[in-house]
Design a protein around this ligand. Structure first.
Ligand code: SF4
Length: 239
């Protein structure tokens, strides 16, 4: 396989089929050991023989679909099963809140003074022996998703964890180009910020090929209400 798409355990989980348990990953463990907190909020998910989780976050499924539609050998792989794909040349990572800087993680952090488990789990993942293996063998690490902006505040971690490219914005159009460049031996840009006129049109957004977490589906991008404080208004409305 050329591209493994993955993330840490707080993302690759079905939250026991109860989506709202996922909010526990935005807080530090409260009155419970971290192991038990994580087993409630983000249990391991069933995988097949090559380590594909039976459900995966919708955004990762979209990236997977865009790559598969372009004829690229790619799949979402559980973080505990990355070693089944040592030949991968690209590790594509997405996250809702890499460093617990978004709401509600940052609020929990301020209230409790403790780092939320999503940031702790992501750091553990990036420093895992599997990710170290990919860095050592020269695989390229591409990060994106709704929290991609957080990397701009962590330039030292881009260097320490060997991140090749940050894609900030809707990734379906640009991911294929980035991966093709890598597979052709070219160096992709360090930062891609997807502008308003570069987002995919409705017809260009691929249909996911495999199940999303708890069957969630996307019915629109952008929002017609236009609240001035909201980043969703920075996207053109498609539905
Ligand atoms: S806060 Fe954002 S998503 Fe919610 S209604 Fe306003 S513009 Fe739409």
């Amino acid at each position: 396989m050329d591209v493994v798409i993955t993330s840490d355990r707080t993302m690759i989980t079905d939250h026991h089929g109860k989506e709202f348990l996922g909010f526990m990953t935005t807080a530090p463990p409260i009155f419970l050991p971290e192991k038990i907190w994580m087993s409630i909020a983000a249990p391991k998910i069933k995988v097949n023989e090559i380590g594909e989780p039976c459900q995966a976050p919708y955004g990762l499924r979209k990236i997977e679909a865009a790559l598969l539609d372009a004829g690229i050998d790619a799949a979402v792989i559980d973080p505990d099963h990355l070693s089944k794909h040592p030949e991968a040349k690209v590790v594509a990572i997405g996250h809702h809140d890499y460093f617990a800087l978004g709401p509600p993680s940052s609020e929990w952090w301020v209230l409790t003074g403790k780092e939320p488990v999503n940031a702790r789990s992501f750091r553990k993942f990036m420093e895992s022996k599997e990710m170290e293996y990919f860095r050592r063998k020269g695989a390229k690490i591409v990060v994106g998703g709704p929290a991609a902006w957080q990397w701009l505040y962590k330039p030292e971690l881009i260097e320490r964890w060997g991140v090749t490219t940050v894609i900030d914005g809707e990734g379906e159009r640009v991911i294929v180009d980035v991966v093709e460049r890598i597979l052709n031996g070219e160096e992709p840009p360090k930062l891609i910020q997807v502008g308003m006129d570069e987002v995919p049109s409705l017809d260009e957004i691929p249909l996911i090929k495999k199940p999303s977490v708890n069957g969630l589906v996307e019915i629109s991008r952008g929002c017609p209400r236009g609240c001035r404080f909201c980043s969703v208004t920075l996207r053109p409305l498609r539905h």
